[in-house]
Write a protein that binds this ligand. Structure first.
Ligand code: ADP
Ligand code: MG
Length: 589
């Protein structure tokens, strides 16, 4: 078209498109899921705008929040249309080609090292998957603030935009027309599309329709021959039926099959979270996770929690998309969770900023944290490898066999997040401390919890002993352990750099204080000899203190913390441990 404006794709986008076009062996089906996901996002956006601006929704068909799929077999065109927010001319230029999203280069890099195209949605470049099946794509779009435009590209490094003067007006929304390649003709089959929607887009919360052919029964006037046949058959009927028939007068029609086309609904839109948790199967949760996380790899969610907050009136649910940034609802340290919050208690006719300040958001956040921590605690409880299962019988344990090792797996992935939580979230510090795992002088390479540590504390032991350092091997050689080990005390090994910070916040647990055994204040029960020894060595300690005065030594003391080593440098109670000194030095260098 002469009036079309031409644009070059941003270089990274062009490379991405090349990769997509040339990816021979990947699963091409995914393009449909990506387009439906975009349509659903666009519908979410217009619904959100409508909360503050009733006019935004429009009237008649334009107000219908739905997705329509149509096939044009003759011209080999598959089109997907939504009545979502649409795109202005500027949006089209920006979103589909010129400004690379942050995920583009990451995804290109991944693909070049043999990554899985299936994960394209997670990188925010899902749209371009259309070129898996199409060699020419048109995007017709109408946004409330602009005229209708057509974006088009043959994936040859450039795209064009024209004001749309020839297509049917969309009212509002976007229609994507895929001119399918010869090898992709299967996507013109209704059965194939129905299967794909079922497989990938089951949890889309807007109706998805397919313009589908259908065999219908139609009544047509019966010809004479056939009506006589019918008479024959009536002779076999019982008397009762005959009387009824006589009253009605026999219809002179017959039923024939005819093919028509109509909109067929492909999904049932039953939101998983609105159903009773008892009714939802594990497989449904897994599928829901995949669509939510845009993660269509083989990963299943490790665990999940589905609950409704008691006390909230659930008369009706306004399923409105507020934020896909979870920051307002969950603290950073829980950002590895994925979820949906559905609430009817939030005021909707206010700005997004005001909404974020709203008190019920705080209540929801509090509840979510509790539920999340409960869920993680259960991961441990269900794991037969975990200490908390000590009381369970062998039968119970074998029933739990498939959960074996799941907490260690969680801990390896997200242990840092739990530690961050302890540092940041004073309210839930104790709950989070319960989730901590570490090795100790008695754990024999296994992970131990604080509860387990406490359960085997020696009688008379008041404090929880720990030592910080860079590795278990280093700590095992520490002179600070000599006496403790000899006296059969257990000492926790903290070897993660973050542990030093952690222990500045974690002062106690279940009424027990934490004692760094390399610091002043270590008490190992009563030692009657100690007082006498202090007396008799007073001269030596006084002399020593004086001799080291200029080195910044606080005091020189007789103690019972050592066994073989004659003396050791101990940090003061509130000072940095030597490990912390090392960490700080490493940071400033
Ligand atoms: P993502 O959906 O992760 O943002 P995509 O590559 O799938 O990445 O889409 C790019 C952008 O194009 C979207 O963020 C959106 O702004 C725009 N877009 C795509 N499809 C539609 C649509 N049907 N309606 C409105 N905007 C769309
Ligand atoms: Mg997308």
């Amino acid at each position: 078209r002469n009036s079309a404006e031409k644009f070059e794709f941003q270089a990274e986008v062009s490379r991405l498109m090349d990769i997509i076009i040339n990816s021979l062996y990947s699963n091409k089906d995914i393009f449909l899921r990506e387009l439906i996901s975009n349509a659903s996002d666009a519908l979410d956006k217009i619904r959100f705008l409508t909360l503050t601006d009733k006019e935004a929704l429009g009237e008649g068909d334009t107000a219908k929040l739905e997705i329509q799929i149509k096939l044009d077999k003759e011209n080999k065109i598959l089109s997907i249309r939504d009545r979502g927010v649409g795109m202005t001319k500027e949006d089209l230029i920006k979103n589909l080609g010129t400004i690379a999203k942050s995920g583009t280069s990451a995804f290109v890099e991944k693909m070049q090292t043999g990554g899985d195209l299936n994960l394209i949605g997670q990188f925010g470049v899902g749209f371009y998957s259309v070129y898996l099946v199409a060699d020419y794509v048109e995007v017709v779009s109408k946004h409330n603030d602009d005229k209708q435009y057509v974006w088009e590209s043959k994936a040859d490094g450039s795209f064009a935009i024209s004001e749309d003067t020839w297509n049917e007006p969309l009212g509002r929304g976007t229609e994507i027309k895929l001119h399918l390649r010869d090898e992709a003709k299967e996507y013109l089959e209704e059965g194939k599309l129905k299967d794909l929607v079922k497989k990938y887009s089951e949890f889309i919360n807007f109706p998805i329709y397919l313009w589908a052919t259908k065999e219908v029964d139609v009544e047509v006037p019966a010809d004479e021959e056939e009506s006589s046949e019918e008479e024959e058959s009536t002779t076999e009927r019982t008397e009762e039926e005959e009387t009824e028939d006589d009253e009605e007068k026999k219809p002179k029609t017959k039923t024939v099959k005819e093919t028509t086309t109509e909109w067929e609904l492909l999904n049932d839109m039953k939101a998983v979270w609105l159903r009773s948790p008892k009714e939802v199967t594990e497989e449904e949760y897994a599928k829901f996770y995949h669509s939510l996380a845009k993660d269509f790899g083989d990963d299943k969610p490790m665990t999940w929690s589905h609950f409704s907050a008691e006390g909230d009136v659930e008369l009706y649910v306004r399923r409105v998309f507020i934020s896909d940034e979870f920051d307002d609802l969950l603290p950073k340290y829980l950002s590895f969770l994925m979820g949906i919050v559905d609430s009817d208690t939030l005021p909707l006719n206010v700005s997004r900023e005001m909404l974020q300040q709203h008190s019920s958001l705080k209540t929801i956040k509090k509840k979510l944290i509790r539920k999340a921590l409960d869920m993680i605690r259960k991961l441990a409880e269900e794991d037969p490898d975990e200490y908390s299962n000590k009381e369970k019988t062998d039968d119970e344990k074998s029933a739990m066999e498939e959960k074996k090792g799941q907490y260690a797996k969680f801990w390896n992935e997200f242990g840092k997040s739990v530690k961050l939580g302890i540092i940041e979230d004073a309210t839930n510090r104790n709950r989070l401390a319960k989730l901590l795992r570490f090795e100790s002088s008695k754990s024999d390479g296994k992970l131990v919890s604080l509860d387990e540590y406490i359960s085997r504390m020696k009688s008379g032991q008041k404090d929880i002993f720990y030592l910080t350092g860079s590795s278990k091997e280093q700590l095992e050689k520490s002179p600070f352990l000599e006496q403790l080990t000899k006296k059969n005390y257990e000492v926790i090994y903290f070897t993660d750099p973050v542990d030093e910070y952690l222990m500045q916040y974690l002062m106690d647990y279940e009424d027990k204080k934490f004692q760094n055994v390399s610091k002043e204040g270590l008490k190992l029960g009563k030692d009657s000899k100690l007082k006498d020894l202090k007396e008799s060595f007073k001269e030596l300690t006084d002399w020593w203190k004086k001799a080291l005065d200029t080195e910044g030594i606080d005091s020189v003391k007789i103690s019972n913390r050592l066994h073989n080593t004659p003396c050791v440098v101990v940090t003061s109670k509130y000072g940095w441990s030597s490990n912390m000194e090392k960490i700080m030095q490493a940071q400033t260098l």
